[in-house]
Design a protein. Structure first.
Length: 149
């Protein structure tokens, strides 16, 4: 089926990799998927999507996967604590609704890497938020509307 599309006034968007650094972010989405390859094939994982909060890269998305297997629980615990979950609550078996994590603030440590000839970002670590949006040189100020845990 043919369709007429109007591209008048449409801006080109640049999605080059974000420079290495630490950025304030919000949890945008967490989707449960299955590992497709490697030693954990078939295991459940969380595909976490972070949205950069403020500054030049506002609302840009970066991603990290957490495999839900015993040897990865330390990384999942670190992630949850960075979002404000009490470490004492993370003892034994814990039922967790990932929908409750959407919108929570954090900081992401980004590193660039080359993949198939293109520069991409890896989220190397998730840290507790400092409570302020990233500030670009042109806007100044901070965002006091962040949801705090």
């Amino acid at each position: 089926m043919a369709r007429t599309l109007n591209f008048s006034g449409v801006e080109d968007r640049n999605f080059d990799a974000i420079p290495n650094g630490v950025y304030e972010a919000l949890i945008h989405d967490i989707e449960e998927k299955e590992v497709k390859s490697g030693e954990n094939t078939g295991a459940p994982m969380w595909a976490v999507q972070f949205a950069i909060n403020g500054g030049q890269y506002d609302n840009r998305r970066v991603f990290r996967n957490y495999t839900l297997v015993e040897q990865s629980m330390w990384a999942i615990k670190q992630f949850l604590v960075a979002l404000g979950v009490d470490p004492e609550a993370l003892q034994g078996e814990v039922e967790l609704d990932t929908e409750e994590l959407i919108g929570l603030p954090c900081r992401v440590v980004l590193r660039q890497r080359e993949y198939q000839g293109q520069m991409n970002n890896d989220v190397k670590q998730v840290q507790k938020s400092k409570g302020e949006a990233n500030v670009s040189a042109s806007t100044g100020g901070s965002n006091s509307d962040l949801p705090f845990v």
